[in-house]
Design a protein around this ligand. Sequence first.
Ligand SMILES: Cc1cc2nc3c(=O)[nH]c(=O)nc-3n(C[C@H](O)[C@H](O)[C@H](O)COP(=O)(O)OP(=O)(O)OC[C@H]3O[C@@H](n4cnc5c(N)ncnc54)[C@H](O)[C@@H]3O)c2cc1C
Length: 578
Amino acid sequence: MAESDLVRTKGTTPVRRRPSAGFVTFYSVFPGFGAFAPHPRRNHAESRLMIATSTTTSRGSGPRIGIVGAGPGGLATAMLLAHAGADVTIHEAQPIIGGRTRRITMGDFAFDTGPTFFMMPWVLEEIFSAVGRRLQDHADLHRLDPMYRLMIGRPDADPLTIDATQDVDRMAATLDAIEPGDGAAFRRFMRDNRRKLELMTPILRKPIRSLFDLATWDAMKVAPTLKPWQSVHGNLSTYFRNEHVRLALSFQSKYLGMSPFECPGLFSILPFIEYEYGVWHPRGGCNALMDAMAEVFVELGGRIHTADPVAGIEFDGRRATGLRTASGLHHYDEVVVNADATWAMKNLVPAPLRRKWTDARIDSKKYSCSTFMLYLGIDGEVDLPHHTIYTSTRYTENLADIGAGRLTEDASTYVHNPSRIDPSLAPKNASSLYVLVPTPNDAAGPDWNEAGPTYREATLDRLGDVFGIEDIRRRICVEKMVTPADWRNERINLGATFNLAHGLDQMLHRRPQHRLEDVDGVWLVGGGTHPGSGLPVIFLSSQITADLLCRERGLDAPTAWSPPDGASSIPRPEAVSV
Ligand SMILES: Cc1cc2nc3c(=O)[nH]c(=O)nc-3n(C[C@H](O)[C@H](O)[C@H](O)COP(=O)(O)OP(=O)(O)OC[C@H]3O[C@@H](n4cnc5c(N)ncnc54)[C@H](O)[C@@H]3O)c2cc1C
């Protein structure tokens, strides 16, 4: 991502801050997920200094496992496998861990590279718990209220502003004020989606390798509730009369890099999960969770080689025998790939060994959108909430442009302003701003060498005109720009930041599986596999991969899941608390 860095650092002194008073220790009591007590906070700035290259405990004596990539999926799988007794080594191409969830540091400013919305914290808690740790010992999670501000662009008026809150009464009143009756519809939407998430949980938590696996889920019985034939927008239209309200509860399809008009209606669970369980900010950013996982993995005896890109998987016939990396040839009994799944299949597994995932098949798939990013260290405070999402006045055209490879002038834009509540991310009287504009992926988009600087100017104008940030250009202390071409350069197929699209034709058994077909000893994990992109489901994919691999190798599967007997498979909202 280095090519388009524009770093201008004004002299600032390094500071290490204590957690702000607004931070509370993550502490939860999940029925069926274990009970935990509050625990003193940790200083994550210190743990971040630990580069996980040495071991503090003896290595596992089980199978030798090499992992390609230290993204969220790789790190979570590594923790689970190391705890199960395997001898695990991660090879990471970048100089630091975390993948698309890594930390960007410029002077005294710090930013999350990708994820900023952390949801469903109990999934990560399960992983920590499975390896004998408690997430709250390693992370400070702050529940946001309001969760985010929506600014819905309107052609003939100022944007309609909605502060999304978990307070259902307040939210219903807000929606009723926009369209009488839509408040009651919101309550119905929440009730129906609670049931929907409950029904979907078995497929999110289990490998779906074939129609047979799907049949055991009793798809026919749940279809009338899940209505898989609807799009998210179609589904919401059965509840809400107002188009702005529909937008407020469907823009979340963009979390998967999709348009709500194409995204399967199953994903109406995304807004439901926000309103039911909250949106969280880990102190230091989502990247701090990566540090926490790496730290535990190393404590469990694992090793991480950073700046050690894997050039290929070694095979003896169809059996994987190791990894060829910048540091040499490493022999392994099993290989787990956390690199972008379609990129990795094409680039790390020789074509003659791939019958199912041929290059032609990979190229014929549909891919998510990409993102244009600005990471800005700003002089002074910025009067914006933690998350602000602006949707274009030409929302549907903007979506169509993204699909067609065109850039939109008045593009939907998301601004993250975390240093307001998390002073560890910027110096005093300064702000670290993260700006994300969804764009076409790099299959059909523009030449970013030319388009990048122009798009930067348009985005900065929008930060002033729409978001109301005054004098933005003069206040920039440090800056980094990332375009779809940069994402592509860091081994993400077509720069499609959210991996393969999540249409029904590319989900479940049609998505790359956790055990790569046609070869032995190669496993996949991460957003390019089932269930899909987004931290919580990536952590679920790591549980599935680790469980399958452990079973194959006769190790105790640390997080094997089966439907709870008679109890709900989703936590009660009041149990997800601090
Ligand atoms: C801009 C953006 C915003 C996002 N926002 C959110 C959000 O708010 N909430 C959310 O839940 N999710 C979000 N996501 C989606 C998702 O959670 C992240 O992309 C996540 O980091 C993906 O994790 P992963 O495990 O699939 O792999 P990655 O994070 O992609 O990690 C894979 C790792 O493999 C390494 N690698 C690749 N090739 C090789 C090789 N040959 N040798 C060695 N190492 C290699 C890479 O360097 C990388 O470190 C966002 C993503 C992006 C890009």
